[in-house]
Design a binder for this molecule. Structure first.
Ligand code: AMP
Ligand code: ZN
Length: 488
């Protein structure tokens, strides 16, 4: 299969023509969430970007196996093997079993991604479901001589590895530079080298999640699961590996080293990294405390938001920037996207209502090619969207009777709009716009205020009627000391 798709490869730092390893097939692995808390919008940006990439590869005719893992064990607070286990800490805080934490946030993650209309991956493997495979890989790295065990913990020997193979290739950094960025080892450290990282970590008696291994009871290090699950489901060398840019320097760098040490081959042909969603220029993250939850965005309940925005407005907002650019999150930017999205969908609706004429007086035939060209240029969604906007002008001229369009051109235009808007960008019309949502909320508030008035006037019949009928429609109404609260 021929294609003109070019992908920016982090390994070479340039755009390369995409040639899959096996004809017509693509293997893609994307690092999934650590399910110990709600996903924030930054995480969603990465997953939505890869959803569009997945959809476009399918459009090009590839049979794609898309693997996105769930990290449900082994992720300590510090990315460098220090600190408390994220799941255990949350489990104590919420007084739940670690696996209850995992279940709760996995369900929440799926819910949010489905609201954003993303397609589920082909396989969604979990770290806890692959403990024995992880132990096998650690054993094999030990056998290859690139790891050592100290008192139940197994470390990867970065210095030894880098004498044989390049270590910091993803970020193009030499070992000396990397060493400069890390602190000196002291008497507390058991590992031999400052850059060494844990493949398997010895459990303390109180560790909640632990498994038996040849080195005693313990749990896997954070990076090993991705080497294991990508190899298991996609092979020793596969086409695309993705994730956010924040994973390049440590997680992905270590993943390459592990896979190479175990499988003796380069694991990934194209490394793709999405840029960060920021708030006032600062990366959105749980630790920075500037994480917006999707639900806060939809309802407008976050203190920094003036009001709520619909899921498709947010998806459109994300598609309007290229995945390798930073995207700053603000009320103004969201409002502009809301307008843009409703203009696009309005035009799309108008397109369905157009009547064809014998000939076209407007030029729309090249639209598919232009949109493909944009997407083939490293998935340039903003340019593809701008071509759709250009076509809207033509649609409006025909709609207003100033120009005409032929049957063939109209049919093609309808197909191209459907393909790019729905199938590739993954946008869909929403029954209520967020302005509609606002009005709807106000209408319910109005009814409940009338109920309050009725109560004050001791008009129990009216007050009960409003409450009972809203309850029958599925609303939950709670009387509070300040008035009322409701939810559907
Ligand atoms: P985590 O749950 O922290 O392991 O992150 C899940 C995914 O979200 C990873 O691919 C991260 O790189 C990505 N990610 C985290 N923060 C952001 C952000 N602010 N913008 C875009 N992607 C992010
Ligand atoms: Zn990973």
């Amino acid at each position: 299969m021929e294609n003109n798709l070019y992908i920016f490869n982090t390994l070479s730092r340039k755009k390369e023509q995409f040639v899959p390893i096996h004809e017509n097939k693509v293997g893609m692995y994307v690092c999934g969430p650590t399910v110990y808390s709600d996903v924030h919008l930054g995480n969603c940006r990465t997953f939505i970007s890869f959803d569009i990439i997945y959809r476009y590869l399918i459009y090009l005719g590839y049979k794609v196996r898309y693997v996105r893992n769930i990290t449900d064990a082994g992720h300590l607070e510090g990315d460098r093997d220090e600190g408390e286990d994220k799941f255990a800490k949350k489990a104590k805080l919420e007084q739940l079993e670690p696996m209850e934490i995992v279940q709760k946030y996995t369900i929440g993650f799926h819910e949010i991604l489905s609201i954003f209309n993303t397609i589920p991956p082909s396989i969604e493997p979990t770290a806890t479901g692959h403990i024995s495979e992880q132990i096998e890989m650690v054993k094999s790295i030990l056998e290859s001589g690139f790891a050592y065990e100290i008192d139940g913990t197994v470390y990867f020997n970065v210095e030894k590895y880098s004498k044989n193979l390049p270590y910091g290739i993803l970020t193009n950094r030499k070992l000396e530079d990397l060493l400069e960025g890390t602190r000196e080892l002291d008497g507390q450290d058991e590992k031999k080298g400052r850059l060494d990282f844990a493949l398997w970590i010895k459990a303390k008696p109180e560790t909640l999640m632990q498994w038996p291994s040849p080195w005693g009871w313990g749990f896997p290090g954070w990076h090993i699961e991705c080497s294991v699950m990508s190899t298991k489901y996609l092979g020793k060398t596969f086409d695309i590996h993705g994730g956010g840019m924040d994973l390049q320097a440590t997680h992905h760098t270590n993943e390459i080293a592990q896979s190479q040490a175990c499988n003796h081959t380069t694991p990934v042909k194209y490394w793709m990294h999405t840029n960060m969603l920021t708030v006032n220029g600062v990366r959105m993250s749980k630790s920075a405390g500037n994480g917006f939850l999707p639900k806060e965005l939809f309802s407008g309940s976050h203190p920094l938001l003036e009001r709520g925005y619909s899921p498709m407005t947010v998806r459109f907002f994300m598609a309007q920037s290229h995945y390798r650019s930073t995207l700053d999150f603000s009320n103004e930017a969201l409002q502009a996207s809301e307008k843009g999205f409703s203009r696009l969908m309005e035009g799309y609706k108008r397109l369905q209502k157009l009547t064809a004429s014998a000939v076209s007086t407007i030029q729309t035939a090249g639209l598919r090619l232009k949109c493909e060209e944009a997407m083939n240029d490293d998935f340039n969604t903003p340019i593809a969207i701008s071509h759709l906007f250009d076509a809207l002008k033509a649609i409006n001229l025909v709609y207003d009777g100033k120009e005409t369009i032929s049957v063939a051109d109209l049919d093609e235009l309808k197909i191209v709009f459907k393909t790019f808007i729905e199938d590739i960008l993954g946008l869909k019309s929403e029954n209520t716009t967020s302005t509609g949502n606002e009005s709807y909320k106000k209408a319910i508030d109005l009814l409940l205020n009338m109920r309050l008035e009725a109560k004050q006037n001791k008009d129990w019949a009216t007050s009960d009627k409003i409450r009972n009928e809203l309850t029958a429609l599925g609303f939950e109404i709670k009387d509070t000391k300040d008035g009322f609260e409701w939810k559907l």
